[in-house]
Design a protein around this ligand. Structure first.
Ligand code: GDP
Ligand code: IMO
Ligand code: MG
Length: 430
């Protein structure tokens, strides 16, 4: 039986939340395996909107188990606040439907401070991060000085870990002209959240192993997108985790064989939040049209998303780096009514034609898109629930996208609503 990994195939905000919610009806367990509350996943169910950042999108469905894997960085305050917000919307989150990996690293307030300090300073490269402390928390994890979820269960031993962490951070803070942090302050911060976090703590690799053996279906929910991947993305304008599908395995403690169908969530055009190269970006009328029609404002930070035409070169590359089996094409309805639609099919770099995104930052900034122009459609695709409801020209667009990227459309999304989704090929049955 196939498990399914959902990953973003562009720069995030492709509609992963909606598709994970839709697919979670067919799954037993939904697992986050990287990132943190920098993610903003929107679900719309019968007109009610739910915004999830740290919690897996499966938690809104009764009877499904949500899991936060070891690859996620967990801000305990954000966790508690999100559980509270969902409770206010009538969604109960308890250890019955949420487990958090004991070996996941924590995001602390000092990480948030450092992220914001760097973003607001005039030196260094401004990334346009979400200022959630994601990068600094991953740095400490890789630097082997992170405080992890399980450390909250052993408060006496925590003091030594805090000393080690602060030896690093206070040296950094002194250099930046910031006030040092007292060990006691950090200890109190952690002690105050321990009781609220610990009931969710579990050994996630064991849980997933047990459930897999019992024949349960697992849906892995990626955050961000493949072009924000720390290795494969537009470095340094990326997030600090691996966002490609392979991370589902390391970020949750299942072997690579457990990862079955890879579903790449793909927007019918392109958006990006924050700094960095964006070859097909449209800053004029077209960009405004896409941004307004597509409501392209960040779920987490409210920032305006940059918008542009569909870039088949980038998605074709992601299909390879994530081993994408099929895509869910979202927001096709946003293109309704356009006279003509452009698709980037290649790049020009220093007078040469290339069919991939080069790895160097300087070359990425220089590539120029080569476009094909397709005729648009007058009728609407919004809310379509069957292939037959789509205008012929829209079908042509979808087919052409499939051909250019080299992967089939398994799902097609035509509005934010859960049920406005067309199933072409069931990833769980593949
Ligand atoms: P995620 O981060 O990948 O989960 O995506 P976000 O939730 O940040 O952004 C996607 C936005 O598009 C959300 O507001 C969704 O409700 C909305 N959305 C998802 N699919 C569709 C679709 O097919 N059509 C339209 N018009 N909106 C969609
Ligand atoms: P979802 O899961 C879009 C971007 C930030 C910034 C860069 C680094 O909703 O698709 P970070 O705070 O992670 O260090 O920021 O990554 N970014 C996202 N962009 N969607 C996201 O998540 C993102 N998460 C981070 O804007 O450019
Ligand atoms: Mg988002």
């Amino acid at each position: 039986m196939a498990n399914v990994v959902v990953v973003g195939s562009q720069w995030g905000d492709e509609g992963k939340g909606k598709i994970v919610d839709w697919l979670s009806e067919r799954a037993d367990i939904v697992v986050r395996f990287q990132g943190g509350h920098n993610a903003g996943h929107t679900l719309v169910i019968d007109g009610v909107s739910y915004k999830l950042s740290l919690l897996p999108s499966g938690v809104v469905r009764p009877g499904k188990m949500g899991v936060i894997g070891n690859g996620v960085v967990v801000d305990p305050h954000a966790l508690i606040a999100e559980i509270g917000r969902l409770a206010a919307q009538g969604v109960a989150v308890s250890p019955d439907n949420l487990r958090i990996a004991e070996n996941a690293a924590l995001i602390l307030s000092l990480h948030r401070d450092l992220d914001a300090f760097r973003e607001n300073s005039n030196t260094g490269t401004r990334i346009g991060t979400t200022k959630r402390g994601i990068g600094p928390a991953y740095e400490d994890k890789v630097g082997r000085r992170a405080i992890r979820v399980m450390d909250l269960a052993d408060l006496p031993a925590l003091r030594e870990k805090i000393e080690r962490l602060l030896a690093h951070h206070n040296a950094l803070r002194r250099g930046l002209g910031q006030e040092e942090i007292l060990a006691e302050t950090l200890y109190e911060e952690l002690a105050s959240v321990a009781d609220k976090v610990l009931p969710f703590m579990d050994s996630v690799w064991q849980l997933l192993d047990r459930e897999r053996r019992a024949g349960k279906r697992i849906l892995f929910e990626g955050a961000q997108g493949a072009l924000l991947d720390i290795d494969h993305g537009t470095y340094p304008f990326v997030t600090s985790s691996n966002t490609v599908a392979g991370q589902a395995s390391t970020g949750s403690g299942v072997g690579p064989g457990a990862v079955g169908y890879v579903l790449g969530i793909t927007k019918a055009y392109t958006t990006r939040v924050g700094e960095g190269p964006f070859p097909t970006e449209q800053t004029g009328e077209v960009g405004d049209f896409l941004g307004t029609r597509g409501h392209e404002f960040g779920t987490v930070t409210g920032r305006k998303r940059r918008c542009g035409w569909f870039d088949a070169v980038l998605v074709r590359q992601t299909i390879r780096t994530s081993g994408i089996t099929g895509i869910a094409l979202t927001k096709l309805d946003v293109l309704d009514g356009l006279e003509e639609i452009k698709i980037c099919v290649g790049y020009k770099l220093d007078g040469r034609e290339i069919d991939y995104l080069p790895a160097s930052q300087a070359a990425q900034a220089r590539v120029e898109p080569i476009y094909e122009t397709l005729e648009g459609w007058k009728d609407t695709t919004a809310g379509a629930r069957s292939w037959n409801d789509l205008p012929a020209q829209a079908v042509k667009y979808v087919r052409h996208v499939e051909e250019l990227i080299g992967a089939p459309v398994a799902l097609l999304s035509t509005s934010p609503e859960r049920d406005d989704t067309i199933l072409v090929q069931d990833p769980f049955q593949d």
